[in-house]
Design a protein around this ligand. Structure first.
Ligand code: ZN
Length: 281
């Protein structure tokens, strides 16, 4: 019996080594497939969640070690070392900026309010921030238009003051009241922002989800809206997602800060040297 157990352990180690090898090869093959899909797609929607920012040091929520997962397990929360305003974008954010520059990101929908997409240089007009932005104020009356917080001298605005919701600044366009754009639990999402996100989901024939567990609605309906039409859905997220059963390609273990720059290089290589029919995968 003991011998049998040892034998089993040895086999398990060998399996692990084999699995690790095939895992690396598997990731490479999946990236190749995705790079081809990106080159073939007419309209590409990117969709990001908290997982893209965890590599910058912002806390994750529903990941294996996320705030809410830890809460469920009765574990204490991680201490956040760096204030949110001082956190910098990581290679995944910068890669998406480059995808936009080469025409491979037609629109970006984000569940994050950490400002890292704009900080990385992503254009505001191609971005829908479903949950708002810690650095921007929203006008209630002109289509959820937002403005940089630093343009307003009112010192009441700021991370620790946001719950006050005092409407003392006026929109420079319409004169309407401005408020903190970040959505709290129980707040409804900004209608115009949500509509724009769904419009792009309808238009996209490839949707790439980065760092979202796709479990928060209605946001999670955005990648699903596209999928209903039978187009391609790719999910990069550590941990399970609500859309695992319907996605066409799944990266579930790799850090997106490593994946996206690699993917960008593959796409650039394809664009510069398109593979011939015979060698194309
Ligand atoms: Zn306004």
């Amino acid at each position: 019996m003991k011998h049998g157990q040892e034998q089993h352990l040895v086999e398990t180690d060998q399996d692990l080594a084999k699995n690790l090898h095939s895992f690396v090869e598997d990731t490479q093959a999946k990236l190749e497939t995705l790079s081809k899909w990106i080159c073939d797609a007419k309209t590409i929607l990117w969709f990001t969640g908290a997982g893209i920012s965890t590599e910058s040091g912002t806390p994750d929520f529903r990941g294996p070690d996320g705030i809410w997962t830890r809460e469920d397990k009765k574990l204490p929360p991680h201490e956040m070392m760096t204030p949110l305003e001082e956190i910098e974008p990581n290679p995944a954010h910068y890669a998406i900026v480059q995808f936009e520059k080469i025409g491979k990101c037609d629109f970006l929908v984000s569940q994050n309010c950490d400002n890292l997409h704009l900080k990385s240089g992503f254009p505001l007009e191609k971005l829908a921030e479903l949950h708002g932005n810690i650095n921007r104020l929203r006008c209630r009356t002109c289509n959820d238009r937002t403005f940089p917080i630093e343009n307003f001298p009112n010192k009441m605005w700021g991370l620790n003051e946001r719950m006050k919701r005092e409407l003392t600044d006026a929109c420079p366009i319409c004169g309407g009241p401005l408020e903190d754009s970040v959505i709290d639990f129980g707040d409804s999402m900004p209608v115009h922002v949500l509509d724009t996100a769904f419009e792009w989901a309808e238009r996209a024939d490839l949707t790439i989800v980065v760092g979202s567990s796709c479990q928060v609605y209605p946001a999670a309906n955005i990648p699903r809206a596209n999928k209903k039409r039978g187009d391609r859905l790719v999910i990069m997220n550590i941990g399970e997602t609500g859309l695992d059963d319907i996605c066409d390609l799944r990266f579930s273990h790799e850090k997106v800060g490593k994946l996206l720059p690699k993917l960008l290089q593959m796409v650039l290589a394809r664009l510069n040297n398109p593979p011939t029919e015979a060698s194309s995968c």
